[in-house]
Design a protein around this ligand. Structure first.
Ligand code: DGP
Length: 115
């Protein structure tokens, strides 16, 4: 846990969020500023600031995060038409919260490349 991390505060229940999924390893919730009709963030409970901070010891965690996201995407009915995973990294990558989070975006056609 990091005391100045917004997502750690969400995990602790100090900041309210709309839960989509929760277990001992992951939490998923609706993005406060949705960029698509469905916009969910999947986060590990472990505080890892950015994907580039992950090491070999996180390989299983990161694999499980993608599989969890797949399950959530299926629950949300996204695979039929297609959807997108986004993992922003660092300032130029658009990362604003420094606790790894996987965006699940869907529910409309998505443009490419992103801005
Ligand atoms: P990124 O730009 O990749 O770091 O994405 C951070 C996302 O987190 C952004 O889409 C907005 C979302 N967000 C930031 N603060 C909160 C919050 O307090 N609650 C929720 N639900 N989402 C938040």
């Amino acid at each position: 846990m990091s005391s100045d991390c917004i997502f750690c505060k969400i995990l602790q229940g100090e900041i309210p969020s709309t839960e989509v999924y929760s277990d001992e390893t992951f939490y998923a919730f609706r993005d406060i500023n949705p960029g698509a009709p469905t916009h969910i963030l999947v986060i590990p409970r472990e505080h890892i600031p950015a994907i580039t901070d992950a090491g070999e010891e996180h390989a299983e965690l990161l694999g499980q995060m993608l599989l969890r996201a797949n399950a959530i995407a299926r629950e949300e009915g996204l695979p039929e038409n297609g959807f997108r995973y986004v993992l922003n990294c660092g300032e130029w990558g658009g990362q604003t919260v420094f606790h790894i989070h996987l965006h699940i975006l869907g529910g409309r056609p998505l443009g490419w490349p992103p801005g």
